[in-house]
Design a binder for this molecule. Structure first.
Ligand SMILES: *Cc1c(COP(=O)(O)O)cnc(C)c1O
Length: 390
C-alpha cells in the first residue's frame, strides 16, 4: 500500500536559528522527513545513501575513487573521535594546531585513546603562526603521523588557514585532517587546492539538513592503509565502516534513515543554489548581522578580517542592565535563537550564520535583537568607545 498524502497536522512555526548548529532548515527539507516506513537494507534506500555519500564528496570537489565519504550515525563529534582514533598508527603522534574549543576536543579524543599529541597551541583570539607550525612539525617529524586543525573555530568564528597548514603537513609527508564541521557546504572547499586529506562535517550544519548523520571525507589511498593498523574502537572505526560500505554499498549497522532523506533533499537544494550563490547569500547575511550590530553599538570579539563571517562573537555590552538570559528568552519567544559564547571567561554571545535563512529573515531578527535589548532596559545604541579606551 502506498500512502498518498501525509498531512502534517501541526503547523510548523518558522524559526530562525542563530546558534552554532543545528541550523535552520527549509520547509522542503522539513517535509522530506516524512516518508513511507522502509527497512534500511532495501536496495532503494541503500541507493539513496550511496548518492548522498557521492554528493558529499562533490561538495568538496573530490574526484570519484580518489576521495570517499564515510557516514556515521551521530553528532559531529563522532567524526573527531573516528578521525583521531583511526588515522594514527600505533607508536605515532598526532600534531594538533590548537587555538580553540574544537581543536581542544580533538586533544581530548586523543587522550581518551591514549594517542600521544604534539600540542601546537596558540592564543584563541589570533591566527596560528605558520612559522611556529612548521618549526614544531620539523622538530617532531619522525614521530608525527598527521597534522590536525579545525577550519573554523566555532566558538570565536576564527577562520584557520587550512590551505597553508595543509601545505606544511604535505611538505613533511604527513596527512592533513581538518575539522570543517561548521564551514563545509557554505565556504567553498576544494580538497586538492586546500591540501586536505581528511575533512568532516555533520548533517545539521552547512548542508542544512537534520541532526544525526556525520561524515568523514577522505583520500581513498590513505584509508586503504588503515587495514594494517591496530584498531582502537569497534564502532568509531573508519576502516570498518569504509570497508563495509565498499563491500555492501550501505552502512554497517542501522543508519539514521530519516536524516538521510533530509540530507538527500538538502543536497539537492545545495546544488540547485550553487556553491557561489550560496556562499554569497551567507556573506550578505553576515554583512547584515555586522552592520546592524555595529549600529546598536555592539562590539565584535575578533577583527572581522580573521573570521569566516559564519559565527559572529559579540562582547557583552558594558551596560548593567544587559542580561543575556533575558535577551535570549525575549528572542526565543519571537522564534529566534541566539547562543552564549564559548570562550573561557570572556563574556560573549554568538550570532551564527549557518542555516537556511534569508537576508530578510536575519534583518528582521536583528530588529528583534534591538527590541530585546531595549526590553532589558539597555540604552541602545550602546555608547561608542574610542580606540584608546578599548
Ligand atoms: C558543531 C561542531 C562540531 C560537532 O559538534 P556536535 O555537537 O558533536 O555536533 C565539531 N566541530 C566543529 C568545528 C563544530 O562547529
Amino acid at each position: 500500500m502506498k500512502l498518498k498524502d501525509v498531512q502534517i497536522k501541526k503547523t510548523i512555526k518558522k524559526t530562525i536559528l542563530l546558534n552554532p548548529g543545528p541550523s535552520t532548515t527549509t520547509k522542503t527539507v522539513k517535509a522530506s522527513l516524512i516518508q513511507d516506513d522502509i527497512c534500511h537494507r532495501e536496495g532503494s534506500f541503500a541507493a539513496i545513501t550511496r548518492k548522498v555519500a557521492e554528493d558529499l564528496v562533490k561538495i568538496v570537489h573530490g574526484k570519484k575513487n580518489d576521495y570517499v565519504a564515510t557516514l556515521f550515525a551521530g553528532s559531529g563529534s563522532i567524526c573527531i573521535d573516528v578521525a583521531v582514533g583511526s588515522l594514527i598508527p600505533d607508536g605515532k603522534k598526532i600534531m594538533i594546531v590548537n587555538n580553540g574549543f574544537y581543536n581542544d576536543r580533538a586533544m581530548q579524543a586523543a587522550q581518551y585513546y591514549r594517542i600521544p599529541v604534539v600540542n601546537c597551541a596558540f592564543d584563541i583570539l589570533t591566527l596560528p603562526d605558520l612559522k611556529v607550525v612548521e618549526e614544531t612539525l620539523a622538530k617532531n617529524k619522525d614521530d608525527v603521523a598527521a597534522v590536525y586543525m579545525a577550519h573554523q573555530e566555532t566558538g570565536t568564528g576564527l577562520c584557520n588557514p587550512i590551505r597553508e597548514v595543509g601545505a606544511i603537513a604535505h611538505k613533511y609527508g604527513k596527512i592533513f585532517i581538518s575539522d570543517t564541521t561548521s564551514t563545509l557546504g557554505i565556504i567553498p572547499i576544494d580538497v586538492y587546492k586546500d591540501n586536505i586529506d581528511f575533512c568532516m562535517a555533520s548533517s545539521q550544519k552547512g548542508i542544512n539538513a537534520f541532526t544525526g548523520c556525520s561524515f568523514l571525507i577522505g583520500k581513498v589511498s590513505e584509508i586503504e592503509k588503515l587495514k594494517n593498523y591496530k584498531p582502537r574502537s569497534y564502532y568509531c572505526n573508519l576502516w570498518r565502516q569504509y570497508e563495509y560500505f565498499k563491500e555492501h554499498g550501505e552502512m554497517n549497522f542501522t543508519p539514521p534513515v530519516q536524516i538521510i532523506y533530509s540530507m538527500q533533499q538538502a543536497l539537492k537544494e545545495h546544488f540547485a543554489e550553487g556553491e557561489k550563490a550560496k556562499y554569497k547569500r551567507f556573506m550578505d547575511i553576515s554583512k547584515i548581522i555586522r552592520d546592524e550590530a555595529a549600529k546598536m553599538g555592539l562590539v565584535e570579539l575578533l577583527d572581522p578580517a580573521i573570521t569566516t563571517g559564519l559565527v559572529i562573537a559579540i562582547k557583552y555590552p558594558e551596560d548593567k542592565k544587559f542580561n543575556f538570559k533575558k535577551v535570549h528568552d525575549y528572542l526565543f519567544k519571537e522564534g529566534i535563537t541566539i547562543y552564549p559564547g564559548k570562550i573561557g571567561n570572556l563574556p560573549t554571545f554568538r550570532l551564527c550564520n549557518l542555516g537556511a535563512n534569508t537576508p530578510a529573515d536575519v534583518k528582521a531578527a536583528m530588529k528583534e535583537l534591538k527590541a530585546a535589548l531595549k526590553a532589558c532596559g539597555c540604552k541602545v545604541p550602546f555608547p561608542k568607545k574610542c580606540g584608546c579606551c578599548k
